[in-house]
Design a protein around this ligand. Sequence first.
Ligand code: ADP
Ligand code: MG
Length: 303
Amino acid sequence: KRKKDKVVKDKKKDVKKQLYPRPLTSFAQLRTRYGISRRLAENIQEQGYKLPTEVQLGALPLLLGKPGSKEQNGTIEDAKSSSGAEYGGDIDLLTVAPTGSGKTIAFLIPIIDALLAHNKDTDGKDGPRAIILAPTRELASQIVNEARKLAKGTAIKATLMRKGMQVVTRSGDELSPDALDASESEADDSDSDEQEPTKRKKTQRKQAELVKAAILVATPLALLNTLKRKDSTVAHLPTVRRLVLDEADVLLDPLFREQTLAIWNACSNPLLRVGLWSATMGSNIEPLTLDTLNTRWITLSPS
Ligand code: ADP
Ligand code: MG
């Protein structure tokens, strides 16, 4: 019986070895080992960070990993290791790491890298390719700034979702008049609207401004307002391949949960990949990661 136990253990180890890339030791390895574009590498270097933080060491190889590379030995746990799924950037990922640990560029770098790898994905005219949700407008605005620094000199644009903006809800389609009406009629009773009344009126009178950026950063309510149609169905976002929930514990708490999940559901692309980033592994998150996501997850919290 003992022998049998040992065999099982060894097998587990093997699975881990196959699945987990070696953590980074420097930002330069993003180019040498994972082949990120020169421009992106330069933009990272320009930030002046000496070393990747722990969460960046762990998450970047998982999200950037190219199939076939034989990286090993991460500090990573797999929720479904027995599935034998290959990593290679094309995964859902839950990352739990403390506030201030550098999660923002850890999710932005792989998104920008992936968009740059497919020429047509740098363009957001048919609809956003990546959506990043954040619980406050201030945080969303900081994420946009980080994204712009990292995408400097490339064709990739990042936009903060504002009132009066409209997203393309179906690839190549004209705007749906329904969706436009819905966003206008809701402009007045939104409780997350931080604009002054006079400014708000101005926005309302203007024609909806179309989001043309590949990366769209938004609070759940701001985005959902533009997706809701008159009949209260939610328009689809088939062009979105990557959805990030930043501060996922907050986005999935009762205050935001319904809106967040409505947007998640609106992302109808079958190849959608979701990233949840949080400082805590709250009870909001756990059932989702086990049931909904084909996930692996990493925990870098000090607990
Ligand atoms: P989190 O989202 O995990 O709370 P942030 O992404 O907001 O953390 O990053 C916190 C701060 O750390 C930011 O000012 C960011 O510019 C900085 N930072 C990110 N990565 C590094 C790094 N590798 N070395 C030093 N500082 C970093
Ligand atoms: Mg953060």
